[in-house]
Design a protein around this ligand. Structure first.
Ligand SMILES: [Zn+2]
Ligand SMILES: [Zn+2]
Length: 391
C-alpha cells in the first residue's frame, strides 16, 4: 500500500513539474486581467478551456452563476474536489492572490487525473466566483454543487505556510437613516439630522465593543453623510460587517448591533431602514485528518508549517460555508515576506513573483498528493468522514 502511494505521489509531483510553464502562464494571465466578483469571464474562459482540452467534462455556468463551473474527470466515489477562486479586488487587482489558488487547483486536478486512471473515483474542479464579498460558494451550496463531493481543498497564498486557517462567521448590514432637511444655521430646530443618527450609531457600537467576546469584530463606513455643510442632512447611509468566531454568537451580536442603530433612530428622530445580507460567511471548520495528511505532504516537498502569529486576527472566507457541508481544508502557502500584508498592492506584486510561482507549484503538488492519500487509502477517507460527522 505504502509503496503504491509513494509511487503515485512521485507521479503527481512529476506531472505538476511537467506542466509548470503552463500553470505559471495561466496564473499570470489571470493576474494580468483582474476581474471582480461575478465578472470573472476571462479567467473562467481560460480555466475551463484548459481543463476541457485535457479531458475533463465541463459544465459551465452552473447554479445560475455565469462564471461558475464544474469540471469532472473519472466517475464515482470518492470524488475529490479542488476549489478554484479567481476573482480580484476592486481597484487593487489580485491583491488576494486568487490567480495562484486557481492555477494551483487546476494543476492539482491535472496531476490527480493520472491517479484516478489507476484507482477509480473522480477528481472535480469547482470554479467558485465571488469569494471577495460575494459569498459565491453559498449560492453554489444551495444549488447542490457540493452534494456529490467527498472532500474539498484549495491552497490560499499568504505570508505563512499553514495547514489550517481560522476564519470568522460574518454578515453584512446596510443601514439608512431618513431625516428632514433644514437650513443648518437659520432653522436647525426644524430639521431631523440623519447624519447625527449615523454618528450616534457608531458611538453606540463603540460603547458595545468593550463588552463583546474576543475575536468578534464590528466595522463599517458611512457611504452618504449629506450633500452640503449648510443643510441638515435628510439622509445618511452606511455599510457594516459583523463577525464572530461562532455562528451562534454572531446571531446574538447582530441583535445587539441592531439595537445600537435603533437607539440612534429614537434619539435623533430619524427613521431607520436596514437590510441584512441574504447570505453570510460560516466560520472555517478545518478537517484535521485532511490537515495532517496535507502537512505530511508539505514536508515531503520541503515545506514546513510556520508557527501561528498571535498578533494577527482572522478574516472570513466562503470556504467556511463549504466546510459546513463537506470535509474541507483551506491551507496556505507562503509567497511573500512578513511585512507584506494581504489585500495590499505589494501582495498583488508577490502573487506574480517567482516566489508566487513556486508557491502555486508546491500548492498544486501538496493537494494532489493529499488527493492520492484519499483516493488510495480508504481507511484515511473513512477517518476524514468520521471526523466530519462527529463535529
Ligand atoms: Zn481576500
Ligand atoms: Zn482570498
Amino acid at each position: 500500500m505504502n509503496l503504491a502511494i509513494d509511487t503515485l505521489k512521485a507521479q503527481v509531483i512529476a506531472e505538476v513539474d511537467r506542466r509548470r510553464d503552463e500553470l505559471v502562464e495561466l496564473s499570470l494571465k489571470i493576474h494580468d486581467n483582474p476581474e471582480i466578483r461575478y465578472k470573472e469571464f476571462k479567467a473562467f474562459g481560460r480555466i475551463t478551456d484548459y481543463l476541457e482540452s485535457n479531458g475533463f467534462a465541463l459544465e459551465r455556468g452552473i447554479c445560475d452563476l455565469p462564471t461558475a463551473f464544474r469540471a469532472i474527470y473519472g466517475s464515482g466515489r470518492p470524488a475529490i474536489a479542488f476549489i478554484a477562486e479567481y476573482d480580484a479586488l476592486p481597484e487593487m487587482g489580485h491583491a488576494c492572490g486568487h490567480n495562484i489558488i486557481a492555477a494551483g487547483s487546476v494543476g492539482a486536478a491535472l496531476a490527480a487525473k493520472l491517479v484516478v486512471d489507476q484507482t477509480g473515483g473522480s477528481v472535480v474542479v469547482l470554479g467558485t466566483p465571488a469569494e471577495e464579498g460575494g459569498v459565491g460558494k453559498a449560492a453554489m451550496i444551495k444549488n447542490g454543487a457540493f452534494n456529490d463531493v467527498d472532500a474539498a481543498m484549495l491552497v490560499h497564498p499568504a505570508r505563512r505556510n499553514a495547514a489550517t486557517v481560522e476564519a470568522l462567521a460574518c454578515i453584512g448590514l446596510e443601514v439608512e437613516y431618513f431625516g428632514k432637511a433644514a437650513h443648518a444655521a437659520a432653522s436647525p430646530h426644524e430639521g431631523i439630522n440623519a447624519l447625527e443618527a449615523m454618528v450616534q450609531a457608531f458611538n453606540n457600537i463603540n460603547s458595545l465593543r468593550q463588552h463583546i467576546e474576543d475575536g468578534a469584530r464590528i466595522h463599517g463606513i458611512i457611504t452618504n453623510g449629506g450633500e452640503a455643510e449648510n443643510v441638515i442632512p435628510a439622509y445618511s447611509s452606511g455599510k457594516f460587517l459583523i463577525r464572530a468566531q461562532e455562528s451562534g454568537y454572531l446571531d446574538k451580536l447582530c441583535i445587539r448591533v441592531l439595537n445600537c442603530f435603533e437607539a440612534a433612530a429614537l434619539a435623533s428622530g430619524a427613521q431607520l431602514k436596514y437590510k441584512w445580507d441574504d447570505v453570510r460567511y460560516d466560520p472555517m471548520n478545518s478537517n484535521m485528518v485532511m490537515a495532517e495528511l496535507f502537512t505530511k505532504n508539505y514536508q515531503i516537498l520541503g515545506r514546513s508549517i510556520d508557527p501561528p502569529d498571535p498578533s494577527n486576527g482572522f478574516g472570513s472566507t466562503d470556504m467556511g460555508n463549504v466546510s459546513a457541508v463537506v470535509p474541507a481544508i483551506h491551507p496556505s502557502v507562503s509567497i511573500a515576506p512578513m511585512d507584506v500584508l494581504i489585500h495590499t498592492p505589494e501582495f498583488a506584486v508577490a502573487a506574480a513573483s517567482e516566489r508566487g510561482h513556486q508557491g502555486l507549484i508546491d500548492a498544486a503538488k501538496a493537494i494532489a498528493m493529499t488527493a492520492v492519500d484519499l483516493l488510495l487509502d480508504s481507511a484515511a477517507m473513512e477517518r476524514v468522514k468520521r471526523e466530519f460527522s462527529d463535529d
